[in-house]
Design a protein around this ligand. Sequence first.
Ligand code: PEP
Ligand code: MG
Length: 927
Amino acid sequence: MVKKKTVKKASLKKAKSSAKKHVYFFGGGKADGNGSMKNLLGGKGANLAEMAGHPSLKLPVPPGFTITTEVCTHFYESGKKYPAGLTEQVSTAMGKIEKIMGKKFGDAENPLLVSVRSGARTSMPGMMETVLNVGLTTKTIAGLIKKTGNERFVYDAYRRLMTMYSDVVMEKSAGLEPAEGKGVRHQLEKLMDGMKQAKGVTLDTELDADDLKELCVKYKAKIKEVIGKDFPDTAEEQLWGGIGAVFSSWNGKRAKSYRQIENIPHEWGTAVNVQSMVFGNMGKDSATGVAFTRNPGNGDNNFYGEYLIDAQGEDVVAGTRTPAPINKNSQNDQNRNEAMLEKVMPKVYKELHAIQNRLERHYRDMQDIEFTIENGQLFILQTRVGKRNGPAAVKMAVDMVKEKMISKKDAVMRVKPLQLDELLHPIIDPIEEKKVQPFAKGLPAGPGGASGRIVFDSDVAVKWFEKGEKVILVREETNPEDVEGMRAARAILTARGGMTSHAALVARGWGKCCIVGCGELKIDHREKTVKTKDLTLGEGDWITLNGTKGLVYKGTLPMIDATKENRYLVDFLKICDSERTMKVRTNADTPEDARKAREFGAEGIGLFRMEHMFYGEGADEPLFKLRKMILSNTEEERKNALKELYPHMKKDIKGTLKAMAGFPVTIRLLDPPLHEFVPHQEDQLRELAESLNVDMADLSRRVAKLKESNPMMGHRGVRLGVTYPEITEIEARAILEATAELVAEKHKVAPEIMIPVVGTDTEIVDQDAIIKKVYKEVCAKYGVKKLPLMVGTMIEIPRAALTAGKIAKVAEFFSFGTNDLTQMSYGFSRDDMGGFLIPYLEKKLLMEDPFQSLDQEGVGELITLGIERGRKARPKLKVGICGEHGGDPASIDFCYRAGMDYVSCSPFRVPIARLAAAQAKVSGKSK
Ligand code: PEP
Ligand code: MG
């Protein structure tokens, strides 16, 4: 008998040593893994290993082990089976935990309880499953009661285990999909509510041991009734049920949809972390909390966090109780009267404070820490890079450079380009806001302002959003099932929850306006109403949120842009500027736009569309003259009209060149199809006829002649200059005379004349000759030898990209007009794509709208080729982009890699482009 056992052990040992390592242990100051192993151990597992085992940390982490993401992959590839050796490795690791904790898993006398949690490479808050208190069974309950002397605590833990396990393992993971409100969790919660009602109490904590014990009996029966199976009563069965459920939850509906939104690859898989339980709900000397090494809402360098006495972690995140502040910096209007951890448990607070310092220094980034205090003893459950909103990200990056914690390069990579949008987001006009009273106040969980119509359901939010409605999702609290609705909403408002509740975490991650914990709101999801003492609102009613202050207003309020006063943004963009080499210009068509763009940091104008000076405020008179020019019948008529137009052109160009103070200004010659400028109103036509001295019939004939069946490929761009050289001539004259006058006035100017819609080198040769002739005339007129000027072209026709070598012989610069280049590469009409884009995206025939984010594979190839051939002919050829893609971060990265000198985008996107250009450089992917 004895001999047999020895043999078995020996062969097991052999099998173990040859089996692949699936399980990584951590605890007791040691760890098999480390922080760099995120791909294998998941973010959480790698961090736990780092925290437990790294010599400069060795934190009080409850011991445990991580089952690798490779096991998850194997699980899915082999029809939900585990690889060989896993069972043995888990059991060995469990033995180590037992040794450190001095407890035994499934033991009747001194039972060890564990948690089973997911952990993917990047955090997916609340998207996958967790089961706590695994190991509580009929057999172990008695032992734990004896050991802790706290019967109430044990039954409370048991009913929590039953709730989570039946929901996660027995229902969700088993693929059961009960109807709304019929799920087992909901049914158990109803039993809990019934019990509270029967006892006349409102809080779970007010139920005593007997109540909870009775509730556990009811729970068991209910689980059997709803699911048709007994609640498992061995520790081992619970453990493997939990592990399987976590792996299964990787492919759960909400995890999948979150991955889609966040672009997380489906094949990554999750790890499973099994860890000794420590309890924050062991009584008044126990607590649990979440803390950030800096304030994630505004970036202030203050330790910031919330905690709850006598509670488990899920209570803080679920938002069922309003958490207390850990210190003074974490106080707000809602929690001001709650006792601070710093006061209640000063020793533990001091230890926690020291640890957070160590963690931030070690990771060199803001950390989001989960901690638990069990009978006065502190445990660190988790640390990860904390999610933060845009303003906080910018401030932290700037501060950490000043504190010499990170390099400028690190700082550049710490802010996502789209996060800057939050700083450029509208806020409620403060003057208007002062005039009105908020009807409710909550916690400011996501910055900026937003107006929208109330919806109470996530599904409705999505539907209304698709119809083009602005919606605000109003809910008692949110849970991961609401993710799509939250995405669709302009803002989120919840009645419950703290700054670390689900709604707050998700909104912060997305930089969305959000208010949580607005306790005075009584929300009735069935009736679809939200009430305060003296106000009732329903679905579809308009409200406005100030997410920075947590204020809720009835109706809509005007918004303003909040960017200019942010000195951190200015400092941050300076850091970006010091790290980037590619320039950022702007597309601006008026002196006013040019000034605004300079404020945003534009280093020139990449596209001044000549025709745009005929739109908008004050453009009536020049527009009238332009129309006269377009409808002229003879060269003489046209020359006369152009003469009248000339002073308007010159004035705008001069103003813009002056506003750009020596930065280059690319002025594009008239481009649009002419019929776009023909008026449709009778009175305007009559006025034109009179001014041209023709009758209405004649004018109608002239208008009809301008009509084209395919205007996008018609008489536009360079073709206008070819057919009417006098147009090019007058434009060149306006540009050069404005330049000559500014030079004489001692201003620095750098005009660049750009010829649009060029397809052949002969076209640019033709136009260049006209410009050169005017250049000589203007030099002579102003008595100067030379004037600053470059002549170049847009590359927006595929043929131009292909024949770039010939074109560059004349053109001194290229600017890729990727709007037209995309249109003509795909053959998708810019103006009509709306009619078929959605099905293309839905069917995944296109991954993105190619007019929004550059098609790097096709259009990008033309750009690369064009640059290559152009620079071969003219090595110093200046190259930029002025299509809409110039403001899109992914496209900017491409432009940098393609070797462009600059990108040009609309003024409001200039800061984003400055950051994206710096990131492209820092990530070092230059060609
Ligand atoms: C382009 O085609 O990319 C461009 C910038 O010109 P427009 O949009 O005026 O055609
Ligand atoms: Mg174009």
